[in-house]
Design a binder for this molecule. Structure first.
Ligand SMILES: C[S@@+](CC[C@H](N)C(=O)[O-])C[C@H]1O[C@@H](n2cnc3c(N)ncnc32)[C@H](O)[C@@H]1O
Length: 161
């Protein structure tokens, strides 16, 4: 089983069983590998805006059932994937990015009443809160996780119902 840092493990623990998972800014894809190895989620998708991290992720995945896409947030995803996200239950993770970047990504998100976001900003947490409020998103859970010398905020948020 892929070993996760306490920060990534906390994020993984927020993911609901049975739903599809989209990880935007997946980088090394450790989170997707862990989720795919557990096998509790129907579809696992890793997205990164840069080719190198995507390659590292694909290497780490070693045949696990994870789909990889090179895309800036949602904007470069294939139509079929966007339609699937819009129509089905998804937990969408955006972790390890700045609060403002996370909000920029969320502005293009296809959502439905069973979409949830698990968000972990590295900076500008206030901007993330402000942006979620502006978009009408509801923060349903939040916690702080200590990982080494740093404490990280993790949010679960839902789009307007
Ligand atoms: C610091 S890493 C975080 C990796 C992982 N999510 C984590 O929390 O450990 C940030 C990754 O997000 C990617 N990224 C940044 N902006 C992005 C965007 N708009 N869309 C997709 N990926 C993005 C970067 O290329 C990088 O691989």
């Amino acid at each position: 089983m892929t070993s996760l840092t306490p920060r990534l493990r906390r994020i993984a623990d927020f993911v609901r069983l049975g739903v599809s998972v989209l990880d935007i800014g997946a980088d090394h894809a450790f989170l997707c590998c862990y989720i795919a190895e557990k096998g509790d989620n129907s579809r696992v998708i890793a997205v990164d805006a840069k080719p190198e991290p995507l390659k590292h992720g694909q290497y780490a995945a070693k045949g696990l059932p994870i789909e990889f896409y090179l895309s800036d947030g949602f904007t470069g995803l294939p139509t079929e994937v966007v339609s699937d996200i819009a129509a089905n239950a998804y937990d969408i993770v955006v972790a390890g990015l700045g609060g403002e970047t996370i909000i920029d990504i969320l502005r293009h998100a296809p959502v439905n009443t069973d979409t949830r976001f698990i968000l972990q900003p590295m900076s500008k947490t206030d901007k993330l809160r402000d942006g979620l409020a502006e978009l009408g998103y509801n923060i349903t859970e939040e916690c702080t996780i200590q990982d080494g010398k740093r404490a990280f905020a993790v949010f679960v948020a839902e789009p307007p119902r």
